[in-house]
Design a protein around this ligand. Structure first.
Ligand code: ADP
Ligand code: MG
Length: 238
């Protein structure tokens, strides 16, 4: 399970309204990509979904339950950030297991899940290393692995490839696509890269200045952009 409904979500920072009434349905197992220019509210929307930021109004509903007042750790969501956000003093294994340990998961179950995730992400040789001993791509795989072991209903990725070089971006993108196929989990993925959006998404949400311009499948947006903005973003001539 992992359906998401965003109902008229607004978010203001002081006088500035950053999300201006977002409505969105995400089905269980869907891969949804948010695209839009820098500053349009993509990260803020992810943070509101995760509960890291309260909305000013509106509701976030996961599997039919209003979680607007539910703390982040209880929402069944795992988020992967551009900057990895790993603990430098912990090994790869302990970085991956820390959240489960804090949640009181038995040690044997933590081991089992780390085994599965590290195999999926080819991290077995690195489990006893610390983040400083890893490449950027490996660090990002650890951050993804840390999300996988939590077995979340919903994965949120905020520009996870932005700090990687071009070759690694392609590899890591393919790994994320494979993970989606294997886990059949619901994933929401933020990027400003059209290629990532077109290749990963079941459904693309085009954001602009705190509003949704259009929602549709990659080919639908490419062939029938609703307006000049979408056409410019998805890159088809209009
Ligand atoms: P994106 O991820 O699409 O680049 P963000 O969601 O990070 O955009 O930011 C949207 C807007 O909200 C920006 O103008 C940004 O400066 C502003 N913003 C984001 N977080 C805060 C904050 N904590 N306080 C004030 N303004 C913020
Ligand atoms: Mg952002």
């Amino acid at each position: 399970m992992g359906s998401l409904n965003i109902e008229n979500v607004k978010k203001a920072f002081g006088p500035v309204e950053v999300l201006k009434g977002i409505n969105l349905e995400v089905n269980d197992g869907e891969f949804v990509v948010f695209v839009g220019p820098s500053g349009c509210g993509k990260s803020t929307l992810l943070r509101v979904i995760a509960g890291l930021e309260d909305s000013t109004s509106g509701r976030v509903v996961i599997d039919g339950e209003d979680v607007s007042a539910t703390p982040p750790a209880k929402r069944g969501i795992a988020m992967v950030f551009q900057t990895y956000a790993l603990y430098p003093h912990l090994t790869v294994k302990n970085n991956m297991g820390l959240g489960l340990k804090q949640a009181g998961t038995p040690a044997a179950e933590i081991e089992r899940r780390i085994g599965i995730a590290s195999s999926m992400l080819s991290l077995e040789p690195y489990l006893e290393r610390r983040p400083a001993e890893l490449s950027g791509g490996q660090r990002q795989r650890v951050a993804i692995g840390r999300a996988v072991v939590r077995e979340p209903k919903l994965f949120l990725f905020d520009e996870p490839l932005s700090n990687l070089d071009a070759a690694l971006r392609v590899n890591t993108r393919l790994e994320i696509a494979q993970l989606h196929r294997r886990l059949k989990a619901t994933m929401i993925y933020v990027t400003h890269d059209q290629v990532e959006a077109m290749t990963l998404a079941d459904k693309i949400v085009v954001l602009n200045a705190g509003r949704i311009e259009q929602i549709g499948g990659p080919m639908e947006l490419y062939n029938s952009p609703a307006n000049e903005f979408v056409a410019g973003f998805i890159g088809s001539p209009k």
